[in-house]
Design a protein around this ligand. Structure first.
Ligand SMILES: C[S@@+](CC[C@H](N)C(=O)[O-])C[C@H]1O[C@@H](n2cnc3c(N)ncnc32)[C@H](O)[C@@H]1O
Length: 189
């Protein structure tokens, strides 16, 4: 089932909201290795992550047009460490073996209906030294895009859901210098 309000605007507009490389340096400082991205969209963070690690980035999206878009860009850029999968991670698992991943990326998605079961799946996919990063639209300012304010999670909501899903060492990450409309969190397995 596609998560609520998870449609995308024009791709060029979306790209203006993020310095993806700078965000990843803060959200996934290491250790590096394989990662899974939940809802890869236009590949804004998929492509940056594939340059950020020598590991495999498994990028999941329910929308075949998004998968095809990112596949074309990855090929043009010569990035061979991206595994794109058309996959529903709400109905199914995360398409990677349990305990196999160094990192899970969950960006602009946690306004979904029921986030804790998905975060539990993320926890299950991680190796014991693994980490997760979350990024979402700020709810303390007005933003040029993003889901309706009524369903936007606060950073504290995300932190509580991470703890409920079994994560530890939950930290807030300031993204104001690279993604001014967003906040971030990281946590450890
Ligand atoms: C708002 S976009 C965010 C894209 C990307 N994470 C980013 O921040 O640039 C959410 C993406 O999640 C995908 N999506 C929504 N529900 C999904 C589901 N149940 N399984 C897999 N992908 C899903 C949508 O198709 C969309 O591409």
């Amino acid at each position: 089932m596609k998560c609520r309000e998870s449609g995308m605007p024009d791709e060029a507009l979306w790209a203006t909201f993020f310095d993806a490389e700078a965000a990843l340096a803060k959200l996934w400082p290491g250790p590096h290795g394989d990662a899974v991205e939940l809802g890869s969209g236009f590949g804004t963070f998929t492509l940056a992550a594939a340059r950020h690690t020598a590991g495999i980035i498994t990028a999941l999206d329910i929308d075949p047009a998004m998968i095809a878009n990112v596949r074309t860009k990855a090929k043009a850029l010569g990035l061979s460490n991206i595994h794109l999968q058309e996959h529903d991670f709400v109905a199914g698992n995360l398409g990677v073996p349990p305990g196999s991943q160094a990192h899970v990326m969950v960006y602009n998605l946690l306004h979904m209906e029921d986030p804790v079961p998905l975060l539990r799946k993320a926890h299950h996919a991680l190796a014991s030294e693994g980490s997760i990063s979350i990024m979402h639209w700020r709810c303390d300012i007005s933003t040029p895009r993003g889901p309706s304010m009524a369903i936007r999670p606060t950073p504290d909501d995300c932190a509580a859901w991470l703890a409920e899903a079994g994560f530890e060492l939950i930290k807030h990450v300031d993204l104001s210098d690279c993604c001014p409309f967003h906040y971030g969190l990281t946590a450890q397995y």
